[in-house]
Design a protein around this ligand. Structure first.
Ligand code: SF4
Length: 404
C-alpha cells in the first residue's frame, strides 16, 4: 500500500527551532526568569520589554513529555513526597530538578535569577513557585488577579486592581534586575503582542474552513509563539508565517489531513507524549480543527499600545482559566456550530482540575443540544504512566464508529 502523504504545516519546523533557541539562550543569557505561561501571564511582555530571558516550566513539562522523560520525572518527584495528585507539569519540574540529569531534554532549565507568575490559572501555581523560590533562594514576582465568575464580565474595579498589581510587579522587576522598564519599551512589547493577536484571531477564524487547514499537532505547535513569544518581533514573524501558510491552505482547499470526513473538537490539554494520536484519528478521516486549550485559554484580546498596563491587565483577566465553566460552556455551544463540529473528544485530565472542572456537564449539555457523539477519557497531559495505547484506541474505534 502506498504510504500516505505526511501532513502538517511547514512552519512547524521554524516553531520547533524557536523552542530549541529559547532553551539554548537560557543556557547563556542573563537575567533569566522561570515564568508561568497560562492565563495570559502579563509578566511575559514585561520581561521581553526588559530583555529578560525566559523559560517556561509548563512548556518544559510538555517538552519532556514529548521526549518521554516526564513519567520518570513525575516518579522522582513523588519519591520526594510531592503528591501524585499534583499537576504533572509541577511534578515534572521538581523531578527534573532532583534528577540532575547530565543531558536533560532541550538542555534543561538553568538556575534562574527570578521567578514570574500570576494567580489567574490554578492554585498549584502559588505553592509550586513558592517552593521554587525557597529551593533556589531567588525572588518571586507575582501578579495577583481576581477571578472573573460572572460569565466573562470584567468589572472596572477588577481592572483597576490588576493594573496596580502589574505596576507593583514592574517596580519589583526593576529593583531585582536593575533594568528600567520604560513606557516606550512596554508600549513596543504590547504593540507586538497585539500584532501577534491579530494573526492569531485570523488563524482561529480560518479553522472554520472545510477542510480545516490545521490539525491538533499544528495547533499545539503554534501555541509556543502565541504564549511564549508574545511581545517579541520573533513571535510576530512566526505568526505571520503561520497565517500566510494557513491562508494559502484555505484558498486551495488543502486540509490538514488526507480526507476530512469528520470534524472534532478536543477539550482540555493534549497528551503531549502522544500527539501522534491525531494521526490515528486522521487515518479514519477525523480532524481536530478546534482545541479549547489553545483558543480559550489564550484568547486574542485586543490591546492598546498607548495604554500598555491596562491592556496587559485586560489580557490577564480574560481567558477560560480565569472565567469559570459557565462562560466556557456557552462558548462551546456557539463554536460547535461555527466550526462545523460533528463529534467531541473530552480529556478529563487528572492533573488539571481547573481545565477539567465542568467538562462532564459540558458533555451532557453538548449531547442534549446537538445529539452528536462525545468521547470522555480520563488520562493525564504529561504523565504517560497512566496511558494504555490499546485501551485508548479501543475507545476511539468505538467512538469513530458512532460518527459513521
Ligand atoms: S493544573 Fe492546569 S493550569 Fe495548573 S499548572 Fe497544571 S496544567 Fe496548568
Amino acid at each position: 500500500m502506498a504510504e500516505k502523504k505526511k501532513k502538517g504545516l511547514k512552519v512547524n519546523k521554524a516553531i520547533g527551532e524557536a523552542i530549541a533557541k529559547c532553551y539554548q539562550d537560557a543556557q547563556t543569557k542573563r537575567p533569566l526568569a522561570w515564568s508561568l505561561l497560562a492565563g495570559g501571564n502579563p509578566l511575559i511582555e514585561i520581561a521581553h520589554a526588559a530583555g529578560i530571558q525566559l523559560v517556561f516550566p509548563e512548556n518544559y513539562g510538555a517538552a519532556c513529555s514529548t521526549k518521554h522523560a516526564s513519567g520518570r520525572y513525575c516518579e522522582i518527584a513523588e519519591a520526594h513526597d510531592y503528591s501524585s495528585d499534583l499537576c504533572s507539569y509541577c511534578r515534572n519540574c521538581f523531578g527534573y530538578i532532583f534528577a540532575q540529569d547530565a543531558e536533560p531534554p532541550q538542555g534543561g532549565m538553568p538556575e534562574p535569577d527570578l521567578f514570574l507568575m500570576t494567580t489567574n490559572a490554578c492554585v498549584h501555581y502559588i505553592k509550586w513557585f513558592d517552593s521554587l523560590r525557597l529551593m533556589y533562594n531567588k525572588p518571586l514576582v507575582m501578579v495577583n488577579t481576581p477571578r472573573v465568575m460572572d460569565k466573562g464580565r470584567v468589572e472596572d474595579y477588577y481592572l483597576e486592581h490588576t493594573v496596580r498589581e502589574i505596576e507593583g510587579a514592574i517596580a519589583e522587576i526593576e529593583r531585582i534586575t536593575n533594568i528600567k522598564v520604560t513606557h516606550e519599551k512596554l508600549s513596543e512589547a504590547v504593540k507586538l503582542s497585539d500584532e501577534l493577536n491579530d494573526y492569531w484571531r485570523e488563524i482561529i477564524e480560518m479553522q472554520k474552513a472545510v477542510p480545516a487547514p490545521m490539525n491538533l499537532p499544528d495547533i499545539g505547535n503554534v501555541l509556543f509563539p502565541v504564549v511564549g513569544l508574545r511581545g517579541t518581533r520573533e513571535g510576530v514573524e512566526l505568526m505571520k508565517q503561520t497565517y500566510t501558510e494557513v491562508k494559502q491552505c484555505v484558498a486551495e482547499k488543502r486540509g490538514a489531513i488526507e480526507e476530512e470526513k469528520h470534524r472534532l473538537m478536543f477539550l482540555n490539554i493534549p497528551l503531549w507524549y502522544n500527539l501522534r494520536l491525531a494521526g490515528y484519528f486522521a487515518e479514519k478521516g477525523a480532524c481536530f480543527p478546534f482545541m479549547d486549550y489553545a483558543f480559550y485559554v489564550w484568547p486574542p484580546v485586543k490591546m492598546d499600545p498607548s495604554r500598555p498596563i491596562e491592556s496587559l491587565a485586560a489580557k490577564a483577566l480574560y481567558g477560560q482559566l480565569n472565567e469559570g465553566p459557565d462562560a466556557q460552556i456557552d462558548n462551546l455551544i456557539r463554536d460547535i456550530k461555527e466550526f462545523h463540529i460533528d463529534g467531541v473528544v473530552i480529556h478529563s485530565d487528572r492533573s488539571c482540575k481547573v481545565m477539567s472542572l465542568g467538562l462532564l456537564d459540558a458533555a451532557r449539555i453538548i449531547r442534549e443540544t446537538y445529539h452528536i457523539p462525545v468521547l470522555v477519557f480520563d488520562l493525564d497531559h504529561t504523565d504517560e504512566r497512566v496511558y494504555s495505547d490499546a485501551e485508548f484506541k479501543n475507545r476511539v474505534d468505538a467512538f469513530l464508529e458512532m460518527l459513521e
